[in-house]
Unconditional design. Structure first.
Lengths: 340, 634, 315
């Protein structure tokens, strides 16, 4: 097996905390707690989790928009923080970021040309003819008409704006793209267009994707492997087909059971109220235990490690009492079943 | 730039202010060449001449100096000093504001604490203290006024900068390789500049007043030099016997400041994007209704609880008419759940809000159709009667529970209010009922929750409160407008279950608006699919999911990635929906449809029945004759 | 609530200290010898020497400040050489008159401004809105000191309804009615500008709030429009307005300087102007300190009021 492109070890990010005047000292909020994760060259790794699980913080740490409180990130063997301190463009040339809200990631007072030219100029040092040529290529790459380049962001629909966001990320010729909920703000018909584009670009440009989303079904269609996050930790990771066939962590099950599928089986809701733990006073042991129907006394003792669930080590879950049975869905009659 | 000038010119008051200001400036600029007496030459023989005297159009002052000449020279000084002070304050204040707002943290703290100290002084008092130390004089007054106004700019600009610095495009610029300085100058500044200009244009007038004020007190311009303020100060001493000496410069200050304020307001209105879209208008309590009588459809009799017939709602913005809801008809039967599905801009929410006149108006207008609750046309009712139906017979649950619950009232009190509006009950009784409602929506510890404010609850809890509020008066129909869209999927599952079981317990009908076919298939008995303001297909949920008749429905369902089928790549629909102000003739989907033919683009395509319980708006509906053979039509 | 109040109170201490530093620094800007500046050109060398020792002028600046602060904390604001009495006595006496004028004025401008703003907002683009908008425009464009003069000419000289100046009648004055009679004109003249600003902000705030989703919720509940506007919308607008009122209080106190001059009101503003022209710097310093400190306390009250009304504010 080749060395991973991205190697994350013990990554932690704590917000706030410390001493304050005239106020009791506050503990920090751990947005990310000791994450270990490998991303292989050429794969699409999906990260799934609900709001507040720390997936966006993770993304911002990877592209250098935020600095970890603890832990390391190695990119192709180089330490990310060292890379950043040596050359502030080094990281941006390797890892780029696609934002969730396509319109707010484009400066309303700049033309598309200026938005796309910035990374070409600053990261790749292109000027004059070469820059013009590359601009044209980028627009073509994301299926936008060349004349759009002299327009302002507000003249575009959400889907078109997201294409521009993708073009901006690609301008620096990165190898790894961190996509933070890239289709969540889009309507389904547009969402499918953007997903298709992303798939094509990955093949054409040999990209590696880290695809973050709250939507299981979207992640499923695009990812080779999936990591599920809950309350700042990865609680399960596995190749896509395996995760959906036999999810081991009870939280993954809850996620799968909650997702409504058109024409699919009735969803299962948790019995309780599905509240997240208080981040200022996290529960001892497994963070999911207070919600978990399988929780036992030992779950509340210590945080369970990410253990192997399969002999080859592909499938890991952080659960002391993992579920062994395969996940059952009622196969329904739908127009798509008979296709292909 | 021309567009900007035009915008201001269209605003009549601003144009009026601009013209007066321009005239004053012009007059002041040509003053040196006008045939005027020297402003400082005294002529005690001709002291205190009234206006319209020979050689002295505006009379003379106590020393016999020509008031007109002094007025023009004084205006020049006042204008120059006021402008200079404003520019200094704007420059220094904005720089502090931008730096503090962009860098945040310690820089922000240090700078803003200093600004707070300056703000701790009552405005002009600080200026007085500064002048007291530096000594009276025009330049010192200028410094004082500038310093005193720095906090105003710093605070305003900092606030705006903080908002912009946290926008994603700043992160994008950083990832594009731009450094801090470049981001400040090329990303932040262009976005902050309009605000600086607005702040400047709305404060220049004030600054001129303030400098005049210091001169009036004798602390600004020193004799023999005179600005408008010191002329007024001198005039005050002979206010009773020669009122014109004070009146004339006072009038000039007033005219000057008013013209600047008018122009400033115009500039603000032209630069503020919210005003352009008319978003700052107050929405009326009821949507305007402008139906043509003869266009009303005949009432349809039936056992429907609510029947909507040919409903039409427009948005009129400027000269454009956006057709948000275009000839929508559907019926809901007692205890039924009808889903209204569509993508953003399809008109599904506007349809829901139109039922009880809750569409913001302006710009919304209901221009046609009928909304009948048990046969009674709601669009015909007087406001009082509509209010009796709102929240009692028909109740709403909205999308984002944080913004739809009142932030300053306790959850329990908001429920009590909803209950007592329609049921005669003491506060104590209503409170008891509120707690039991919270219990019904499975909120643990309802007594304590009732005492909390919305911001103290999680998103899921807030939406439960929203549902409890809708249930307060046991409505016949609940309109749920994307009630789970803002929620996480595990919470959504619980809210859907809750709505299901409450529907069973209470027997209410539900109109469920959503963009998500998955949710529809969980909860709705029937579903209506909307596209570009129209219903394109309506029928039983399962039937539509199994054999969609309209090509749009079919392709929309195919767009949705289906959990557990990773190998099924969702199909995309090429193109975009039409703009609501340019809806084409014929089928609005024709442009994106792979089965389009010429007839699709002609005339009005009606909703036709294909089965006993299904209707579709398509001249070539899919798989009507033969039994469902999926995939064939593609 | 109590803990919040206590913390806010503690937090005003550094503000007050900062305030004193600014006043001290401004005073140290005096060009030349401060003792000379304070005592004037006719001061005897002995007096100069004594004052220099009192002020600690031969010490370095930070120590000078400490000496100065120590004196102030003991209530010693120095002595006005022009008036020949302790600064504190003079300031407190004058401050009462200003408080009466500014307080009355503030009440008037809040009532007028808020009322006009609400009417203007709910009748947006109607006739009452237009008239109010016009009045507001005039209000914020007119120099208060000129307006005061016009009012004297109209109501005192012309109609003879009110006295032209002063706080009490020269003979047999001093009763409450007499003072009120004298108060009407200056209080209104002072209130006009601030009322205009408050009306504007109330209007735009109300319009902003009326567009919010929770107002739609209130209407969807079936509430009457009166209740929607006055209870649901106005409460939020009021919370947003409180800081504005705090700032306006500053403007009113500042404006009192002009109005007191025009109406010969024996307040602190007129005292300051006189003190500046006679270069009675210790009196200026004392007046500024006392007014600024009381303004800080006023803003503290506004802050507590806002906290009480808005449960969302935690820190």
């Amino acid at each position: 097996m080749s060395a991973p492109l991205l190697e994350i070890r013990g990554l932690t990010r704590t917000f706030g905390g410390g001493r304050r005047w005239f106020r009791p000292n506050q503990p920090g909020v751990q947005a990310i707690q000791g994450i270990d994760l490998d991303v292989m060259r050429g794969e699409t790794l999906g990260i799934v989790g609900e709001s507040g699980c720390g997936k966006s913080t993770l993304a911002r740490l990877l592209v250098g928009l935020d600095t970890p409180s603890n832990g390391t990130i190695h990119y192709a063997g180089d330490d990310l923080q060292q890379l950043r301190s040596q050359d502030r463009h080094a990281l941006a040339r390797r890892i780029q970021y696609v934002f969730q809200d396509p319109l707010s990631s484009l400066n309303p007072r700049k033309r598309i040309r200026d938005i796309l030219a910035a990374p070409l100029y600053y990261l790749r040092g292109l000027e004059g003819q070469a820059l013009e040529r590359r601009l044209g290529e980028l627009m073509e790459m994301v299926n936008l008409r060349p004349e759009f380049i002299s327009r302002y962001p507000h003249e575009f629909s959400g889907g078109q704006a997201q294409r521009i966001g993708i073009a901006r990320a690609l301008a620096g010729d990165p190898e790894l793209l961190v996509l933070d909920e890239p289709v969540s703000a889009l309507d389904v018909s547009i969402q499918a267009q953007v997903l298709q584009l992303l798939r094509r670009l990955k093949d054409e440009l040999d990209l590696t994707y880290l695809f973050i989303s709250h939507d299981l079904s979207v992640v499923e269609t695009i990812s080779d492997r999936i990591a599920v996050m809950y309350f700042g930790r990865i609680i399960e990771q596995a190749p896509t087909y395996r995760l959906f066939r036999s999810p081991s962590h009870p939280y993954t099950r809850v996620l799968l059971d909650s997702a409504p599928i058109p024409g699919g089986p009735p969803i299962q809701a948790e019995a309780g109220t599905a509240e997240l733990p208080d981040p200022l006073a996290p529960p001892p042991g497994c963070a999911f235990a207070p919600r978990c129907s399988r929780a036992q006394e030992d779950c509340r003792q210590a945080v369970p490690p990410l253990d192997n669930m399969s002999p080859d080590g592909d499938h890991r879950a952080a659960c002391i009492h993992p579920i062994k049975e395969t996940w059952q869905r009622i196969v329904t009659q739908s127009p798509r079943e008979s296709r292909g | 730039m021309m567009a900007f000038v035009k915008l201001i010119a269209r605003n009549r008051l601003a144009a009026f202010g601009g013209i007066i200001l321009l005239l004053i400036i012009l007059l002041v600029l040509i003053t040196p060449w006008l045939p005027l007496a020297d402003p400082n030459v005294t002529d005690t023989a001709n002291r205190l001449l009234p206006p319209f005297s020979d050689n002295h159009l505006l009379g003379t002052d106590a020393l016999g100096r020509d008031i007109l000449s002094r007025l023009l020279w004084g205006t020049q000084i006042s204008l120059a000093v006021g402008l200079a002070a404003s520019l200094v304050a704007a420059l220094v204040g904005s720089t502090i504001g931008i730096v503090a707002g962009y860098f945040g943290g310690r820089t922000d703290n240090t700078l803003m604490r200093g600004i707070d100290m300056l703000m701790a002084f009552p405005y002009i008092l600080l200026a007085l203290a500064i002048v007291a130390v530096l000594g009276p004089g025009l330049m010192n007054a200028l410094y004082a006024i500038a310093i005193v106004n720095i906090p105003f700019f710093a605070r305003n600009i900092r606030g705006v900068t903080v908002g912009i610095a946290h926008r994603e495009f700043i992160d994008a610029a950083r990832l594009s390789g731009k450094g801090n300085l470049r981001i400040l100058t090329s990303e932040i500044l262009p976005n902050v500049l309009p605000v600086i200009i607005i702040t400047l244009s709305t404060t220049v007038g004030w600054m001129i007043l303030e400098t005049a004020g210091l001169s009036f007190l004798g602390l600004g311009a020193q004799p023999p030099q005179a600005d408008l303020g010191s002329m007024l100060g001198e005039g005050r001493k002979m206010m009773l016997n020669a009122p014109h000496v004070a009146t004339v410069p006072g009038l000039m200050i007033f005219l000057l400041v008013m013209s600047i304020n008018l122009l400033g307001d115009g500039i603000r209105d032209a630069l503020d994007p919210r005003l352009k879209s008319g978003a700052l208008s107050r929405p009326a309590p009821f949507t305007r209704i402008r139906r043509r009588r003869n266009s009303l459809p005949d009432p349809v009799n039936g056992n429907a609880l609510l029947s909507v017939e040919r409903l039409q709602t427009d948005f009129e913005v400027g000269h454009e008419t956006y057709r948000a809801v275009n000839d929508v008809s559907f019926a809901i039967h007692p205890n039924e759940c009808l889903g209204l599905v569509g993508e953003s801009g399809s008109g599904k929410s506007v349809t829901a809000l139109s039922l009880l006149g809750l569409v913001a108006s302006p710009p919304g207008i209901i221009t046609g159709g009928r909304v009948a609750l048990e046969g009674r046309d709601l669009l015909d009712l007087p406001p009082r009667d509509i209010r009796r139906i709102r929240g009692k017979d028909i109740a709403y649950v909205f999308q984002d529970p944080l913004s739809t619950l009142h932030p300053l009232f306790r959850v329990g009190d908001q429920l009590v209010e909803a209950i007592r509006q329609h049921q005669p009950m003491s506060h104590a009784e209503a409170h008891e009922r509120a707690v039991s409602l919270l219990e019904q929506v499975r909120i643990p510890n309802p007594e304590r929750r009732a005492e909390q404010y919305p911001h103290e609850l999680s998103g899921g809890m807030r939406q439960r409160v929203g549902i409890a509020m809708a249930l307060a008066n046991d409505p016949q129909l609940i309109v749920a407008d994307e009630p789970t869209t803002a929620l996480d999927v595990t919470v959504q599952a619980q809210i859907l279950k809750l709505i299901q079981s409450l529907r069973r317990e209470k027997g209410s009908a539900v109109l469920f608006i959503t963009h998500d076919f998955g949710v529809v298939s969980q909860i709705c008995d029937r579903v209506a699919v909307m596209y570009a303001g129209r219903i394109v297909e309506i029928g039983p949920t399962q039937a539509i999911l199994d054999t969609p008749r309209h090509p749009y429905t079919r392709r929309l369902i195919d767009c949705v990635p289906r959990l557990g089928e990773p190998d099924n790549e969702p199909d995309a629909i090429p193109g975009l929906p039409p703009a609501a102000n340019h809806i084409p003739e014929g089928c609005a989907f024709a442009e994106r449809c792979h089965l389009v033919e010429d007839a699709c683009r002609q005339g009005d395509i009606e909703l036709i029945a294909t089965d006993a319980d299904r209707q579709v708006r398509c001249i070539k509906p899919l798989s009507v004759t033969e039994p469902s053979t999926p995939g064939v039509s593609r | 609530m109590f803990r919040y109040a206590l913390r806010r109170l503690l937090l005003t201490v550094p503000v007050l200290l900062g305030l004193s530093v600014i006043v001290f620094l401004i005073m140290s800007l005096i060009p030349g010898d401060p003792a000379q500046a304070i005592l004037g050109s006719y001061a005897t060398p002995e007096n100069l020497e004594r004052l220099r020792a009192d002020l600690g002028l031969d010490l370095p600046l930070p120590q000078q400040y400490l000496v100065w602060l120590g004196n102030i904390l003991q209530g010693d604001l120095g002595r006005s050489y022009a008036l020949n009495r302790p600064v504190l006595d003079e300031v407190l006496e004058r401050f009462g008159a200003t408080l009466l004028l500014a307080g009355t004025s503030l009440v008037i401008c809040i009532l007028l401004g808020v009322l006009a703003g609400i009417v203007s907002a709910i009748r947006q683009y109607g006739w009452s809105d237009r008239i109010i908008t016009l009045l507001v425009l005039i209000g914020i464009s007119v120099p208060a000191f000129w307006l005061g003069m016009l009012m004297i000419m109209a109501f005192s000289v012309g109609l003879r309804w009110f006295p032209t100046s002063g706080m009490t009648a020269a003979y047999g004055g001093g009763g409450i009615l007499d003072i009120l009679h004298h108060l009407v004109l200056p209080a209104f003249a002072l209130a006009i500008v601030a009322a205009g600003v408050i009306a504007r902000l109330t209007r735009s705030n109300m319009l902003e709030v009326l567009r919010q989703d929770y107002i739609r919720t209130a209407r969807a509940k079936g509430l009457g429009e009166g209740r929607v506007v006055m209870r649901h919308a106005f409460k939020v607008a009021l919370v947003n307005l409180i800081p504005v009122i705090g700032v306006q209080a500053g403007f009113v106190i500042g404006g009192a300087v002009y109005i007191e001059t025009v109406f010969q009101w024996p307040g602190i503003g007129r005292m300051l102007v006189n003190a500046i022209s006679t270069r009675d710097l210790l009196l200026v310093q004392g007046g500024v300190l006392v007014v600024a400190a009381s303004y800080v306390l006023f803003n503290l009250l506004a802050d507590l009021l806002q906290h009480w009304l808005d449960p969302r504010i935690q820190a």
